[in-house]
Design a protein around this ligand. Sequence first.
Ligand code: 5AD
Ligand code: SF4
Length: 489
Amino acid sequence: MMDLVIPDKVHDESRQGEALVLEPVAGKNNGRKLYIESYGCAMNFSDSEIVASILAEQGFETTADHNLADVIFINTCSIRENAEQRVRNRLKEFTVAKVKNPGLVVGVLGCMAERLKSKFLEEEKLVDVVVGPDAYRDLPNLIDQVDSGQKAVNVLLSREETYADISPVRLNSNGINAFVSIMRGCDNMCSFCVVPFTRGRERSRDPQSIVAECVDLFNKGYREVTLLGQNVDSYKWKPSSESEVVSSESKDTSNATTPETTNFANLLEMVALINPELRVRFSTSHPKDITDDVLYTINEYENICNYIHLPVQSGNSRILEMMNRTYDRDWYINRIDAIRRIITDCAISTDVITGFCTETDEEHNDTVTMMDYVKYDFAYMFKYSERPGTLAAKRYADDIPEEVKQSRLAQIVAKQQEYSFYRMQARIGKVEKVLIEGYSKKSDKDYCGRSDQNAMVIFPVGENYKPGQYVNVLIERSTSATLIGKVVN
Ligand code: 5AD
Ligand code: SF4
């Protein structure tokens, strides 16, 4: 099934099920090997790095070969039915391995663990551990429990946990781009979405810990950070009342910092100021929350990339209301117009769901005309998949026939292909600043990297530049997914 086109790093389908490797922490090797496979969104990949970090502290060494593992974790996704099915199939393979090696610990982490809780242990009898996204600090205890012959479950959601103090071990990293989680959970309750149930309430991470993590990455040679949250525009950090008292009572007022709320625009600026050579990206923005302030900040700093992922979901106001997106078509168009007005040359991508409950052909056509209006650079397109427990599952019948969903999806996928090609073609003859990420997938005679607008750019390898450096590339031709050119001064 064609679900997605043109993946970027945040949504990269080719990374699904990626195994993760790290070196053991010196002196703490406990002789046991951990294998983690990740599915779903970038937040899950980022969480796997936190899990690896927590277990590295316990002396676990990570392996890329599950045949060598003593502990196998799958970090799972529940966003659509087919994501869960993929995990179940994979899990079957691991539980077969467990029959041969009864000492093997098999665990399920992430959104499916949270959604199904201990039911998982009944359904998949060979699973030993079930751990939700806010309970990873408990993993060492849970593994101990399994070692002593019990099954272990912790799916408690937290209002505070941000893992702010855990410095993630960078797994499968190219040493150039890293994800940095800035918040967790989601309070939006879009009616189709399971995330508020699996990842809990929204909470923001202390900005100082975010900046410290980005500074550390920069010092280690990283040149791009992607700030991650389900809804980055509602990022909000208020210093605790304790620190307010301390600073207001401080005698030395010259050094007293007034505690102020940090919003997403402020955070973007703080990260951008670390170093002009550090590119800043972010995902995901929400049309109801993205402010002009954020747009002005993006435009002001050259190193904040001109690329916004702004999921529309539907172009029709009645469907948007049923989806509980809390904006309508006009509001969304107003935000698109603001992006075009405030930011010079900004790429925009989106998410679309086709065949949501009761959607008529005319209403679907509003999504098509929205695509005509915005001419998105990229789009991630999905058929509606009913998720148990969501508002839509409770309130509305999933009444659009599969073939209608499929044909609407095929129509918008074809349309997006045209607009992606149109946007790419428009770059021909222009010079793009590209951060080199490594060899291109197809040939070690070419490098690849991303432009400011997040387009993948391919150009010949040269002696004077290497991965981690910026080069100017004159674009000579394009496909609908890639720009091709040569380095110029
Ligand atoms: N069915 C189809 N697509 C969904 N998404 C979220 N929930 C569902 C669902 N139940 C899509 C939305 C969201 C993206 C991450 O996944 O488009 O923005
Ligand atoms: Fe799901 Fe909506 Fe939250 Fe995104 S904003 S995670 S679609 S509830």
